[in-house]
Ligand binder design. Structure first.
Ligand code: PAF
Length: 292
């Protein structure tokens, strides 16, 4: 099994024909193909996805780097979203990627994006993140659907930090018979618990300290889980309230598929909050006693 990182040169494809030809060459060489979709600003969470995707030694990994205008609201951070292709390519290569696809907005949306046919996420797309970010998941599913059609991978990898995105991509793959295996990878965290996110770089030092309240709330909820769901939710709210700079948007218990939680031993706790102007999300699996 070859798990060594790709130390060779990595070619950055900027257009679909060149990407498709490169993927065809991999297929002709008998490789299976995995896709890791990113918006760049790679951190070790992305690198972990690339490592996991390549670890069987038979799979070539395509990393897409594209800041997708379709998934940003009018007042969101599309223009200031960090862009540094050279560093992202180096990080992709270091983690073992074989190809990078970094298209322009014109390449992905020749008509400029407005009026394109989009993928509708269904009711879950309007809940949780979708309540505060209308249209966000239609933008995500549309670009992921396009990238799946372009790369035609066997597997696609997502971090569990964006748990709703993972669930919706899984549903899309099943509902639209896309035939791709969707793999979720546990959230990578800094040693103090903060979930890795490209948006963490927007935080000042003080805000970063305050932002720890999200992971602390998840920990407090897990510690209180023996007392049942209500105790867990209370513990999460209390931990968030310790940091006045953290303004919660939602703290919700759901099932693993993000249906409303109405009892049972397994649940997902999802938290979104604003710290200054930065929106952060985090989540964790919780186990309750049988009687819950
Ligand atoms: O998670 C992200 O970075 C983005 O939502 C994704 C999946 C790359 C689509 O633009």
């Amino acid at each position: 099994m070859d798990t060594s990182p790709n130390e060779g040169h990595i070619i950055v494809h900027e257009d679909y024909p060149s990407l498709a030809a490169a993927v065809a060459r991999l297929r002709a060489a008998g490789r299976s193909v995995a896709l890791v979709t990113t918006m760049g600003a790679l951190h070790s969470g992305h690198q972990e996805l690339i490592r996991q995707a390549s670890r069987d030694g038979r799979t070539s990994v395509v990393v897409s780097i594209f800041v997708n205008p379709l998934q940003f609201g009018p007042h969101e951070d599309f223009t200031r979203y960090p862009r540094d292709l050279e560093t992202d390519v180096a990080k992709s290569r270091e983690a073992g990627a074989d190809l990078v696809f970094a298209p322009s907005v014109d390449e992905m949306y020749p008509s400029g994006g407005a009026g394109v046919v989009t993928i509708v996420p269904g009711p879950l797309g309007d809940e949780l993140e979708g309540r505060s970010r209308p249209g966000h998941f239609a933008g995500v599913l549309t670009v992921v659907g396009k990238l799946l059609n372009m790369v035609k991978p066997d597997r696609i990898y997502f971090g569990e930090k964006d748990y709703q995105q993972l669930v919706l991509v899984r549903s899309m793959s099943v509902d639209l018979n896309m035939g791709v295996e969707v793999i979720g990878v546990p959230t990578r965290r800094d040693p103090d618990g903060l979930a890795l996110s490209s948006r963490n770089r927007y935080l000042t030092c003080e805000q970063r300290t305050a932002a720890l309240a999200l992971s602390q709330a998840l920990k407090a909820a897990a510690a209180a889980a023996s007392g049942g769901p209500r105790a867990s939710l209370e513990a999460a709210h209390e931990a968030l309230a310790v940091q006045p700079e953290v303004v919660p948007d939602y703290v919700e218990l759901r099932t693993a598929n993000l249906a409303p939680y109405s009892g049972g031993t397994d649940a997902r706790l999802l938290i979104a909050a604003r710290v200054g102007t930065t929106r952060l999300i985090d989540n964790a699996h919780l186990s309750f006693p049988e009687t819950s």
